[in-house]
Design a protein around this ligand. Structure first.
Ligand code: KG4
Ligand code: ZN
Length: 349
């Protein structure tokens, strides 16, 4: 069986085809460069760029897989959460293909797509403990099954990816900030600046990153002749040290909160075996290493998708579509995209 997946909820226009035997037949990702100028994604520009590209990206995905529309069994699209203009482009494209070729349409929750990707590339049984960390979301959950997630905690302010992006912007490193900070951190001294570890030591699994971001701002202001961030000048050494300290603080915070998550997971699912990290920030090598160590310490098996499947891509949508299709789920063609769409609807915040 083959499912086509379309992703367009942020600044990547992507399409991929996967099979029920976990073969990735093709995966095409186009990252919109237009946003670099603005230091963040501009929704209106993103929507137009998706519209311009989506047709050729889908065509390329089919060509690379060596299949036609007639060879597909279903078509899936990220139907939220995300920037609504882009989401509409992907959903309408998938619906049009479904209508013309008489295929089932599957509306995929973008967060669930991140959450299930590790199951495409590895054998990860439900239930598993999941750290979902992207540009817009940062949550600790138990993945109990397809469409079934229990949220243990979430950020009370910024997402970790957002903190990476905003801190990078303040340091003048460009967008997206995660990979830039990771690169600088490699040569930096992670002990040079004293940064806070928000929430560490408190019970529960909620997270917070805005205080850390403010602390980064104050350090940058200290390198300005008049104390304003606009006039701050950071040497390459200062940038590297600040990036290393920032990254270490984020990792400490995530690991500490996950320790609480592991205890809850253990209690609720004593036979649970896996710790999974997903979402764009999971492409960070230092984070992957820290979580692997953490899992080992608590005798859990660590799983994460290959880096290029952590940031937004079509394969994650196609795979989540496949999982839903195999579970007998599909959606009507009048399905409305959902800009907000929590994985665990019972979570209070
Ligand atoms: O999942 P994703 O591609 O898009 C959303 O659904 O938000 O995540 C993008 C986020 C951005 O904030 C980006 O800076 C971050 O993931 N990111 C990273 C790395 N690569 C991407 N953060 C830290 N280290 C990285 N290597
Ligand atoms: Zn994403």
């Amino acid at each position: 069986m083959r499912v086509l997946g379309i992703e367009s909820s942020c600044d990547e226009t992507a399409a991929a085809i996967v099979t029920d035997r976990k073969e990735l037949l093709s995966s095409v990702v186009f990252s919109q460069a237009e946003h670099e100028l603005f230091g963040g994604v501009v929704p209106e520009i993103a929507a137009r760029a998706h519209l311009q590209k989506v047709g050729s990206i889908v065509r390329t995905a089919l060509n690379q897989a060596g299949v036609g529309f007639k060879d597909l069994d279903a078509v899936a699209a990220s139907a939220g959460p995300g920037l609504i203009g882009g989401v509409i482009v992907g959903v309408m494209t998938a619906k049009a293909i479904a209508a013309v070729h008489n295929l089932p349409f599957i509306a995929v929750n973008h967060l669930e797509a991140h959450a299930l990707t590790a199951r495409l590339t590895q054998d990860v049984p439900f239930p598993y403990l999941l750290l979902l960390t992207s540009g817009g979301h940062c949550q600790i959950l138990i993945a109990e099954g397809v469409g079934k997630f229990k949220r243990l905690g979430a950020t009370v302010d910024d997402a970790a990816g957002e903190a990476f992006d905003k801190s990078a912007k303040m340091m003048g490193l460009g967008y997206p900030g995660g990979p830039k900070i990771e690169q600088y951190a490699l040569s930096g001294d992670a002990n040079r600046f004293d940064l806070p570890r928000p929430m560490v030591g408190k019970p529960g699994c909620d997270l917070s990153f805005s205080g850390l971001k403010t602390a980064v701002r104050h350090i940058i202001e200290g390198f300005s002749p008049d104390g304003t961030i606009e006039n701050a000048v950071l040497s390459e050494r200062n940038k590297a040290d600040l990036c290393a300290c920032f990254q270490r603080a984020v990792l400490d915070s995530l690991c500490s909160r996950l320790k609480n998550g592991i205890k809850i997971f253990r209690k609720e699912y004593p036979s649970g075996t896996h710790l999974v990290v997903a979402g764009g920030v999971a492409a960070n090598t230092a984070l992957r290493q820290s979580l692997e160590n953490l899992a080992e310490r608590y005798k859990l098996t660590f799983a994460v998708a290959p880096m290029k499947l952590c940031t937004d891509n079509g394969a994650m949508v196609a795979w989540a579509g496949m999982e839903r299709f195999l579970a007998g789920m599909s959606d009507p063609l009048d399905f409305s995209p959902r800009p907000r769409w929590p994985l665990d609807p019972s979570a209070k915040r």
